[in-house]
Write a protein that binds this ligand. Structure first.
Ligand code: ZN
Length: 156
């Protein structure tokens, strides 16, 4: 695994090895070049929607759209690609329990349709929409913190 870049937290010596092999600087994970910035936990910065490097700048432009970069420290968010990770967690821990709740409510109580409109539907919206932003922020900040990215060979 010595010739694989990305997917694990690189040491300073490994960064020097990367630089010595003439790999363009923009291919190095952003946090390898963070200098004297403090190490911030991805949970704390991500849930608040803050920059993973400085913890001050904003991560989002709108509800779920990532900014191009941090307005405070200038970190480019080009590394960020949480893909469908937030949706996966929302489906597992939000949608499935609500659907099970709705099914159990229907089977056990056989309520009129409007009961689902005032219970299951709002519950589904709250558990599926509200966690998306903090989850996306957490996953994005975790990508920066753990230098997650597509694995590739150093010879590429
Ligand atoms: Zn920043």
């Amino acid at each position: 695994m010595d010739n694989v870049i990305g997917g694990s937290r690189a040491s300073g010596a490994r960064v020097n090895d990367i630089l010595a092999n003439d790999i363009p600087a923009n291919d190095i994970p952003a946090s390898d070049t963070q200098g004297d910035w403090p190490v911030l936990k991805p949970v704390r910065t991500g849930i608040r929607g803050r920059c993973p490097r400085c913890g001050q700048g904003h991560l989002f432009h709108g509800f779920l759209t990532l900014r191009d970069g941090c307005e405070v420290c200038g970190l480019s968010y080009a590394f960020a690609d949480p893909a469908d990770g937030p949706a996966f967690f929302v489906q597992c821990f939000g949608c499935v329990p609500v659907v099970i709740f709705a099914l159990v409510l229907q089977v056990q109580a056989d309520p009129p349709f409007w009961v689902h409109l005032v219970t299951s539907l709002p519950l589904a919206l709250v558990t599926c929409v509200l966690p998306l932003r903090p989850l996306k922020g957490w996953l994005t900040c975790s990508q920066y913190f753990f230098k997650a990215g597509e694995g590739r060979l150093a010879s590429d």
